[in-house]
Design a protein around this ligand. Structure first.
Ligand code: SAM
Length: 261
């Protein structure tokens, strides 16, 4: 199935969710996603570099540049939802003296890798790691100055619930930024990207991590994710205002930004 056909096929369907190209019960999806990240956690960072040729680093830099946290602060607090091994949090901490970042993720294996990386970088006072489900965040409303999520939201079964929770935990005036794979609108690049995704990435997963299946899920989940315009509408439906997006690398990824005003 082509990426576009899969996207069209995967829309709608209450109580069902797509796990890659498979339709599963909504309540079944999280367990399947957790199994994927249990398996990939030890090689997650290495595989990101292999699969994207290092591009994910530039995309993450772009998210943090757009967030533009204060250079010096005493009170700025960010929640990085589905923050995994801490890439976004470390970048924010690197740009902002006095910032506090909480990495919330549902997966203990990913958090453990992140915690170890934070300790190695001497950031364990600035960046903290907490088990948190994006659909039911364990934080009081109106707490955070910014909520970020990178390559996480397409894994969450109830995307609307996660967007609603991001809105709830933000302060009035707070900022939401989401980096996610998106839709390429340059025909030749789309074709090339699709060929690369479906042929090279699962093979790389097998070669580097001995795990084809998890990387097959990864590329299928990307193909199923709503395009830029649809995702923008979902963010607006959650209550955010001034929602806009920027394409990265021809739309292979996109950053969406919204404000709680
Ligand atoms: C592709 S990784 C992204 C990690 C990190 N943000 C990055 O950009 O490198 C996706 C992450 O989403 C997390 N995740 C999946 N479902 C989640 C949920 N319901 N709530 C919170 N995190 C979730 C996974 O455990 C995993 O760490």
């Amino acid at each position: 199935m082509s990426g576009r056909a899969a996207r069209a096929h995967g829309q709608g369907q209450a109580r069902r969710a797509s796990f890659g190209f498979r339709e599963v019960d909504l309540d079944e999806k999280q367990g399947l996603v957790d199994e994927v990240f249990d398996r990939v956690a030890p090689r997650y960072d290495l595989m990101n570099d292999f699969m994207s040729g290092g591009l994910h680093r530039l995309w993450k830099d772009a998210l943090v540049a757009w967030l533009s946290p204060p250079r010096r602060t005493r009170s700025y607090e960010v929640l990085d939802v589905a923050g995994g091994t801490g890439d976004i949090a470390f970048r924010i901490a690197g740009r902002s003296e006095g910032v506090r970042v909480i990495v919330g993720d549902i997966n203990k294996e990913m958090l453990a890798v992140g915690q170890e990386r934070a300790a190695t970088r001497g950031l364990d006072g600035t960046v903290t790691f907490e088990e948190a489900n994006a659909e039911e965040l364990p934080f009081e409303g109106g707490r955070f100055d910014a909520v970020t999520i990178a390559f996480g939201i397409r894994n969450v079964p109830r995307i609307d619930a996660a967007l609603g929770e991001a809105f709830r935990v933000l302060k009035p005036g707070g900022r939401f930024l989401c980096l996610e794979f998106s839709s390429v609108d340059i025909a030749w690049l789309d074709r090339l990207y699709e060929l690369y995704s479906f042929n090279v990435i699962p093979a790389l997963g097998q070669l580097v991590a001995g795990d084809r299946q998890s990387y097959q899920y990864l590329v299928e989940s990307i193909a199923r994710f709503p395009n830029q315009a649809r995702f923008k509408m979902m963010i607006e439906r959650a209550g955010f205002q001034k929602v806009e997006y920027r394409n990265l690398t021809g739309g292979i990824a996109a950053i969406h930004s919204g404000w709680k005003l």
